[in-house]
Write a protein of this length. Structure first.
Length: 133
């Protein structure tokens, strides 16, 4: 069982699975969010499946914050984020980002501030990456 299946079983959320498609991480996230909002949802959250601590409490809090913020971010201690949630698609958040670097979160926040969007942080987490030798 994967993290998504665990969250699906334990939550009241209707989680959607979809292929990531081609492109860099930003292009794939933007496409997923675009598909979600085109389908009629009013809030959408993307989570990193490499985050073992994701649970229904975090998702519930993210959706709660989206009632009052344009954007919700779950900062990772490596400089990225493990969760991003939006009330609507904001394509600018997914371009000109140095994906896979320690600058991802700050670059996203800089864009958010330049667009004068409201944002809320969730609890920061350390994401562990396992590399096979």
């Amino acid at each position: 069982m994967g993290v998504i299946e665990d969250v699906r079983r334990a939550s009241c959320y209707d989680l959607a699975y979809q292929p990531q498609g081609e492109g860099n991480l930003g292009e794939r996230m933007k496409r997923s969010l675009s598909n979600a909002f085109t389908s009629g949802v009013t809030q959408a959250v993307i989570i990193g499946t490499d985050f073992p601590g994701i649970n229904t409490e975090i998702l519930t809090l993210a959706f709660k914050y989206l009632h009052t913020s344009d954007l919700v971010l779950g900062p990772a201690l490596d400089g990225g984020y493990y969760l991003i949630g939006l009330q609507r698609l904001i394509p600018e958040l997914f371009v000109n980002i140095n994906w896979g670097t320690s600058q991802v979160l700050q670059q996203t926040v800089d864009i958010t501030q330049n667009l004068r969007l409201s944002y809320t942080y969730l609890q920061p987490w350390l994401i562990l990456t396992v590399r096979r030798i």
